[in-house]
Design a binder for this molecule. Structure first.
Ligand code: HEM
Length: 514
């Protein structure tokens, strides 16, 4: 009994002990829950009814959390998400507690037009890389770097470089097609997204570093998947900045980046060993201190960072531009027919290659097709975020406080009926009639695309020469969809097809009598 009694005493004592322990724990948990609830409630009330941003139209959920926006970023469906919101709410929409999306062309031009609206922290690169022309958030560095690089992208310089662009985008392509035709029955089927990526890489190799990658020739190059990986990793960390703290993800990103950095360092070392007459972007950067004494000499790490940028910015964008233009042509046979007639009437086969200057002067419909394609299927239709400056700003009748992210939704501007009549219709004719200054695929203003001229030269020259010499058609059994084809795609900085092996096939045949 005693023992039992002793046990029971102990039990009571234990219970008391538990009770004594639990009281503060429970009450702490209760207090924390109440505090969290109060904070959440406070945040909801503040975001929904107090902040000046609460006046901006948009969905209730988006005003209190950025998760829906980030979800669409990570799925690669951000442009469709933004477009749907703009259609519902108008040109200014709140897409997260801190962000508004803008689809009005004048407002977008205002924001992108000056350094008053700096780039957001999402542009920050990993610390191992020096800031470059794209990533820098400093107005001074951006201006300086653009001055240093601009001569390499000028029309004059590109005219001098045109034979190299023709070599990569025309001569090598023709050679490849002719080789394939020898072993086929009159026509070849090609996955054109892959080809355009390889052509864009070869071109930037020659113009950027005087290097012949031979990517199209061998139909592969390790840099192509490496660049895609870096672009996707960068994009994911833009959507979820705290991913930067995940060692496994960042480890892989840094390994890929390290490979690109090695590539940049090797290119510099090789050039120093074999200094010659080469005039390319690399040489321009190595000579930056001599060319204009008012500008400082770029350091090696800075040059490496720019080199990586040229690869990332110059390959996926241009290949996407060419891919979507060809997809639109294949799915709109009437437009294809009119374009082919224009090219073949102006330039009969075997009169040398068609140059960019000739495209500009004698192929207005080709230019219209390219610009309309860049409008309806922009290669980089993202949200180009900028920061509202100290003191905030008034936009579209609303006050936007300092620090608000002003997201310039290029894709939604292009689909705004107030900017382009019947915006969903693929109609190259519109660019024969109206000016192109509202087509913002290359952005606009102080941070507009530096490679615009290069991309346009490449796109004109490749398409003009390809369509002059060959008939291009969809594979048998694939129907022309008309308008903007609903080819599955993902936008992670650039907009790329998700299943190019299925959706980006073209049958290439030589012209009858060739
Ligand atoms: C069809 C092809 C291209 C398209 C549609 C395109 C589009 C764009 C867009 C929209 C931006 C602004 C991005 C932002 O502010 O977040 C940009 C910036 C930039 N692009 Fe391109 N791009 C193309 C080709 C190229 C090429 C070939 C190069 C060079 C090799 C290049 C180099 C750059 C650079 C350096 C910037 C940063 C400019 C700055 O911030 O000052 N791009 N591009």
């Amino acid at each position: 009994m005693n023992g039992a009694g002793g046990n029971s005493t102990r039990l009571v004592f234990d219970d008391d002990d538990d009770f004594n322990d639990g009281t503060p724990l429970c009450s702490i948990m209760f207090s924390v829950s109440v505090l969290v609830l109060v904070l959440v409630l406070f945040k909801v009330i503040y975001e929904r009814w107090v902040t000046p941003l609460s006046n901006i139209p948009g969905r209730y959920l988006h005003s209190i959390t950025s998760l829906p926006m980030r979800y669409h970023m990570i799925r690669g469906s951000l442009p469709a998400f933004l477009l749907a919101l703009h259609r519902e709410y108008g040109p200014l929409v709140r897409i997260s507690p801190q962000r508004v999306s803008i689809a009005d062309v004048d407002m977008v031009k205002h924001v992108l037009g000056s350094h008053s609206y700096g780039k957001t922290p999402s542009y920050d690169m990993p610390k191992v890389l020096e800031p470059n022309a794209f990533s820098t958030r400093s107005a001074e560095l951006s201006t300086e770097r653009r001055k240093q690089l601009a001569p390499g992208f000028s029309h004059r310089h590109l005219l001098d470089m045109e034979d190299r662009i023709v070599q990569c985008g025309v001569t090598n392509v023709e050679k490849k097609i002719e080789e394939l035709l020898k072993t086929s029955k009159g026509s070849v089927v090609v996955q054109y997204y892959k080809w355009f990526s390889l052509i864009a890489l070869d071109t930037i190799g020659v113009l950027g570093f005087g290097r012949h990658f031979g990517a199209l020739e061998s139909e592969t190059h390790e840099l192509v998947p490496t660049l895609v990986r870096i672009r996707v990793f960068s994009y994911i960390t833009m959507a979820f900045p705290w991913f930067k703290k995940l060692p496994s993800l960042m480890g892989r990103r840094l390994t890929t980046l390290a490979r690109l950095m090695d590539f940049g360092r090797e290119a510099i070392a090789q050039r120093r060993e074999q200094a010659g007459e080469t005039i390319d972007l690399l040489q321009l950067m190595l000579d930056s201190g001599h060319a204009d004494k008012r500008l400082p000499q770029m350091s090696d790490p800075q040059i490496v960072s720019e080199t990586i940028l040229h690869l990332i910015a110059g390959v996926d964008t241009t290949s996407a531009g060419l891919t979507w233009t060809l997809a639109l042509l294949l799915h709109n046979p009437d437009v294809m027919q009119r374009l082919v007639s224009e090219i073949r009437a102006e330039f009969p086969v075997d009169v040398g290659h068609i140059s960019f200057e000739e495209c500009r002067q004698r192929l207005p419909y080709l230019s219209a097709v390219i610009h309309e394609s860049l409008r309806v299927m922009s290669p980089a239709p993202g949200m180009l975020p900028r920061l509202a400056p100290a003191g905030g700003l008034r936009l579209g009748g609303y006050f936007l406080p300092a620090g608000t992210w002003l997201c310039c939704a290029i894709g939604a501007v292009h689909m705004n009926p107030g900017v382009f009549a019947e915006p969903e219709v693929f109609d190259p004719e519109r660019f024969l009639k109206e000016e192109r200054f509202n087509m913002l695929a290359f952005s606009t203003g102080v941070r507009a695309c530096l490679g615009r001229n290069l991309a346009l030269v490449e796109m004109h020259v490749v398409l003009a020469n390809l369509l002059r010499r060959y008939d291009l058609a969809l594979p048998e059994g694939v129907p022309a969809k008309g308008g903007v084809p609903d080819i599955p795609r993902k936008t992670m900085m650039t907009m790329n097809p998700t299943n190019p092996d299925r959706d980006c096939l073209v049958v290439i045949s030589p012209l009858a009598g060739q």
